[in-house]
Every structure is written in structure tokens, then in C-alpha cells.
Design a protein around this ligand. Structure first.
Ligand SMILES: C[S@@+](CC[C@H](N)C(=O)[O-])C[C@H]1O[C@@H](n2cnc3c(N)ncnc32)[C@H](O)[C@@H]1O
Length: 286
């Protein structure tokens, strides 16, 4: 418990609430955060399911607003420890029944911990300093990515190859949508995201100190023949329409991943993974 002897600036420990009603306002709030992008935007918060994600969020210093914990979690020493840490940082702990957890997440088999966290992205104004700080880095940029599963998978892959961050260019799907967060498997808490307009991206690309490579089905270079000078910036196109000319023109090279069969193209997340592993091949000694 925090009290009068707390050091200045210390957060007050959060409350613990027993919630049994499906119509409790906090349950409704979590439901709305899952279902409505507008509610996520308005409140600057989002939901991530699972104990692993709660552990990742706490370890990475993200703001934890609420943790809803089911009966199973109350029997788990790790979950109790995570809840105690979250509470010490000011989070409200909701002790809920499994049916309430299932209703709030619309899942038959809900995770035993459901967290509400503060959204965090890198301000575009700090991007140039972040790029300069890691001259050997690889960045990923996604033009108008639409599918939350693809976005989450790409964030997870970016984390796996040690990329410096992911730029979300133009109108994109919400990285804080529950499907996207789920697909990141916790990498959301480790990979910086920055939102950019297309014009802002083109400015960044123009001043980029290393290679800017776009991927295109009609790319002039086999992706294995390109020299990826650091820092490297990889630009991927939209799932339906690919890279428009105005974005392709911002790239110093256009890479094609050869295909042998009848498929029109690779899935966006798969193509991103192929590219990232090629770019990082020598660094990762693959
Ligand atoms: C599903 S594809 C888009 C297909 C779209 N119909 C088109 O014409 O580009 C999504 C993105 O994945 C990347 N991609 C997929 N397959 C690729 C390939 N064989 N070579 C290069 N990039 C590829 C590109 O960035 C592309 O914009």
C-alpha cells in the first residue's frame, strides 16, 4: 500500500475490485476497447490478453491501467506476482469469474489475465534522432497495411530480427486492435512504432543515409543481389494494391522475390520476413 511515507512521485497502489456483473462499467469499458477503434483512440488505451503479455508490458515499462484476472490466475504464483507488480504501479485489479472474462473478450476459452495498457508510439518528430542513434539498424515501413494479423506478425518478425522499429505509413489498420496485439505475441511491447503520412515518409526516405528498398512484384532486382547499406529501410506495399508509384519512386532499389508457381504474390507478412532475414543474413550469421 502506498501512504504518507511514499517518496514524492511514487504512484498510489491501485485498487482491487471483485466484479461479478456482466454490466459492470469496467467490464463494458474493456469490451469497448476490444470492439471499437474509436474508444481506443479516445482513451489512448488498448487490451492485450494473457499473462505473458502482462509480464512483457511490465518488464518493458508500459503503463498498465487495469488487469482483469480470472480464478485460475488467482491460483498461479506468477500471475499473483504480476498482479502485485501492476497494482504497485497504480493499476486497478479486477477479480472476475471465468464467464465474465469470456464475455468481456468474446472467447469461449479466455486467457486467465486480460490487461488494459496505455498506447505508446514514437512521435514522428523524434524519428530522425532515433535513426541517427542506430546507424547499423534495419527499419521496416508498411504502406497502408490493412490486415491486423499481418501487422502483428510483422511486428513480431521485426522483433525477431532485431529491427529498430516499424513505420506505419498512411491509413493503416490499428496496431492496438486486439487481433494485431495477439499476433505480436508480446513483441508490441518491444518494437517502437511510428505513424507517418506518406509525404513525411518520402521526406525521411529522401534524407535516408543508407539503402531504401521497396518490394514490388515487378521489382527490377532479385532481392538476393542487393547490397543493403546500413541503416537499411525496407518498404512493403498494401495487401491488395501493392506499392503505388509515388511510394516506389521514394526507394533507391525495388526488390522482387522470385516465384515459381501460380501464386500471384506472397502474403505481406511472409514477404516481409523473407526480406528481413535476407537483409539481416550476414549480421545474424544465417
Ligand atoms: C500481397 S502483396 C500485394 C499484391 C498486389 N496485388 C500487387 O500487385 O502488388 C503485398 C506486398 O507484399 C510484397 N510482396 C509480395 N510478394 C512479393 C514478391 N514476390 N516480390 C516482392 N514483393 C512482394 C510487396 O511489398 C507487396 O506490395
Amino acid at each position: 500500500m502506498s501512504g504518507r511515507d511514499d517518496p514524492p512521485g511514487a504512484r498510489k497502489a491501485g485498487q482491487v475490485k471483485q466484479v461479478t456483473s456482466f454490466s459492470n462499467p469496467l467490464v463494458k469499458d474493456i469490451k469497448a476497447l476490444i470492439a471499437q477503434r474509436k474508444h481506443r483512440q479516445r482513451t489512448g488505451r488498448f487490451v492485450a490478453e494473457g499473462l505473458k503479455l502482462a509480464t512483457d508490458a511490465l518488464a518493458a515499462g508500459w503503463e498498465v491501467d487495469m488487469l482483469a484476472i480470472g480464478p485460475e490466475a488467482r491460483d498461479s504464483a506468477t500471475a499473483r506476482e504480476v498482479a502485485a507488480m501492476a497494482r504497485a504501479r497504480g493499476a486497478t485489479i479486477l477479480e472476475v469469474s471465468t464467464p465474465v472474462l469470456a464475455a468481456m473478450t468474446r472467447r469461449d476459452n479466455p486467457q486467465m489475465v486480460v490487461g488494459v495498457y496505455g498506447q505508446k508510439t514514437l512521435p514522428p518528430g523524434s524519428l530522425r534522432a532515433a535513426i541517427a542513434a542506430r546507424p547499423d539498424a534495419v527499419w521496416v515501413a508498411l504502406d497502408q497495411v490493412r490486415d491486423p494479423g499481418n501487422l502483428g506478425t510483422i511486428i513480431r518478425t521485426a522483433d525477431a530480427v532485431g529491427a529498430a522499429g516499424v513505420m506505419l505509413v498512411g491509413e493503416t489498420t490499428d496496431p492496438f486492435a486486439v487481433e494485431a496485439v495477439r499476433a505480436t505475441m508480446g513483441s508490441l511491447f518491444h518494437v517502437p512504432l511510428v505513424r507517418l503520412q506518406r509525404a513525411e515518409f518520402r521526406e525521411i526516405a529522401q534524407a535516408w543515409p543508407g539503402t531504401v528498398v521497396g518490394t514490388h512484384l515487378k521489382g527490377s532486382s532479385d532481392y538476393r543481389t542487393i547490397t543493403y547499406a546500413r541503416p537499411a529501410l525496407l518498404l512493403m506495399g498494401n495487401e491488395q494494391s501493392g506499392l503505388p508509384d509515388e511510394m516506389a519512386e521514394a526507394c533507391g532499389a525495388l526488390a522482387r522475390i522470385p516465384q515459381a508457381g501460380q501464386a500471384d504474390s506472397l502474403n505481406l507478412a511472409v514477404a516481409t520476413a523473407v526480406m528481413l532475414y535476407e537483409i539481416r543474413r550476414t549480421d545474424l550469421a544465417l
